[in-house]
Design a protein around this ligand. Sequence first.
Ligand code: 4AD
Ligand code: MG
Length: 460
Amino acid sequence: RLTIKEILKNSEEFLDRDVKIEGWIKTSRSSKNFGFIELTDGSSFESLQVVYDDKLTNFSEIEKYTISSSLVIQGKIVESPGANQPIELHATSIEPICISNKDYPLQKKRHTMEYLRTIAHLRPRTNTFNAVFRVRSLIAFAIHKFFQEKGFVYIHTPIITSSDAEGAGEMFRVTTLDLKNVPMENSEIDFKEDFFSKETNLTVSGQLEAEAFALAFGDVYTFGPTFRAENSNTPRHAAEFWMIEPEMAFADLEENMEVAEEMLKYIIKYVLDNAKAEMEFFNKFVDKGLFQRLENVVNSEFVKITYTESIDLLQKSGHEFKFPVEWGIDLQTEHERYLTEEIFKKPVFVTDYPKGIKAFYMKENEDGKTVAAMDLLVPGVGEIIGGSQREHRLEILEEKMKANGMELEAYDWYLDLRKYGSVVHSGFGLGFERAVMYITGVSNIRDVIPFPRTVGSAEF
Ligand code: 4AD
Ligand code: MG
């Protein structure tokens, strides 16, 4: 089957050739004795211009074909006199496959992103979403390419699990029990009766399992769905999102940051080189400063500051924040954005956060107050990566877990990793959707996920 992509890519070669193409009408207009159809078959972001005239016996019917009708068209590829495209298709036959109903919601006008969310099954047919989801696919490929070329092994970590990898309790429970009808003793549900004979949930992160594999393979990464029952109704939080989590044995925090920086630059370059039409579209219609920003990222060295330094900078900035800045607070989006958008104007690694606001598995620093954590903050999005060097010392890890109120028996296997050849190891998590937002300039996470799930909303 011949695609529009093949024709546009090899337009010289196709000149004067007879072709047959199947596709959908994007736009259609006609005058007395000829008409134009912009045809797409999905293979390419650009469409093919089809020209027809009243020599076709069904001319007056073709004129009336509605937007999104599917057609099969035969004709000759010729040079286009118009400035918008090098070639066009002069049709010798246009036959309908299915005429679209007149109430098709995507007529030729601008629709708001909010409205388009209500038709998530049709929005991939618009230029914006077509470009977003093609680039999303390409970013996923670039990430695999980056890690595979470096020799990392791709690990599929479980989606149903009984652990809480972040220790934050933001989990969706998985159960077959009809909770309304379960007899409760002391209002506790007995999950022994349940499918897995224990309480289970959807994973919030594949990190703990990735650590087990890093201690066997050295360098590994996960790339899969993760779930968080965070009650955050923001443009940056989803209940179901994808995460890339590399984990490296023998690597410290410094090496961790090196890999994160190299990875981000690699995927941005890959997309700029391989999705030119889509990226130009974003730069023109979605975020006018996009190219400048991405080129700046590719060519700059990321800033590295400690949490303590960042608190100092924020306090000295004289800026009035909604959430007051003092040592010990978790940096809020407004603080993160101020650091990367106002102070540094490029990506910033913030390291060595207070232990009280970070997860149990992070390596405690000599000062006893901070942990070997790193967050990468980028302009426009804020936190895009969170990572750390892991606590590889058994006793200290046990203490930290107890202090977090965790049941050590449930994490026996995780503690084993510290008993049998424990080594320094590090890793990070890249929020896939945040990366897509960052690279396309799209400002709401709901618009980079095919069928988004956010607090209060799981349509489709
Ligand atoms: O900072 P987080 O919570 O780190 C972890 O999960 C670690 N286990 C990662 C690791 O070290 N292996 O999440 C990592 C990233 C964040 O920086 C953010 O980009 C993204 O995941 N993220 C979300 N993206 C969309 N919606 C949410 N609710 C998100 N929560 C985190
Ligand atoms: Mg984080």
